[in-house]
Each structure stands twice: as structure tokens, then as C-alpha cells.
Design a protein around this ligand. Structure first.
Ligand SMILES: [Zn+2]
Length: 122
């Protein structure tokens, strides 16, 4: 199994050793899906810090990032889009209820990360 060794980046400099150890545990299983709130709790971070961390982990290639879309028709996400595709534009059709979404303000967004490779910290 490939490990992303020696991750040492300014983006991660504020993480405590305890947070880094929690991340190594969370990311030991390739293909595992992680949500920012779950990482925030496990690694003792705020939601915003976990969100930023996801972006950093995506940039270094440790995870694939997806945008989860929530619509008023469901408690569960109605769509999962690779972050590289960006947020849907006008005329987006909700795959759950079929409603055309004129204004993307009615959609709630979250991130999901799929682990590509375990990490080790420098
Ligand atoms: Zn819908």
C-alpha cells in the first residue's frame, strides 16, 4: 500500500500532534469516505478547520474531494459531484425530486473526502 510520506506543508502547520495522529488513524483505510464534521470531532478541530484541511489534503493528493448537495426535498444528499466540476449552475435539476433549481442558494453544500492514500507526517 502506497503511503503519502513526509507531508509537510504550511497548510498543515497549525495541526497539533494529537490532531495529526487522529488523521493518520482516520486515513489508514483507502477508499474510506470522510466528512468534515467527523474529522473535526476526531481530530479536535473546528468545522472550518476541518474544511480547510480537506482542501489541503485534496491539493497534496491524499484524498479525492466531492461536493455533496442537499436540497429541501431530502435530509440526505441528493447529489455528489467531483469538486473539479464545481458548483452546479442555473437550470440544475435535482436528481431526487426533479425540480429545476433556478437559484443555487436553495442548495446546501458540504464536502466529502475519499481517502486515496494513507498519510505520514514529517
Ligand atoms: Zn430535490
Amino acid at each position: 500500500m502506497r503511503t503519502l510520506d513526509g507531508v509537510s506543508d504550511k497548510r498543515f502547520s497549525s495541526l497539533t500532534p494529537k490532531s495529526k495522529a487522529a488523521l493518520v488513524r482516520l486515513m489508514c483505510e483507502p477508499s474510506r469516505c470522510l466528512m468534515p464534521h467527523e474529522v473535526a470531532i476526531a481530530a479536535d478541530l473546528s468545522y472550518e478547520e476541518a474544511f480547510e484541511l480537506f482542501i489541503g489534503l485534496g491539493i497534496v493528493g491524499a484524498v479525492s474531494l466531492y461536493i455533496l448537495l442537499y436540497h429541501m426535498c431530502s435530509e440526505a444528499p441528493v447529489d455528489k459531484i467531483p469538486i473539479t466540476q464545481g458548483i452546479p449552475r442555473f437550470g440544475y435539476c435535482c436528481p431526487n425530486c426533479g425540480l429545476e433549481v433556478e437559484n443555487t442558494d436553495v442548495l446546501e453544500l458540504d464536502l466529502e473526502a475519499t481517502v486515496l492514500t494513507p498519510i505520514a507526517w514529517r
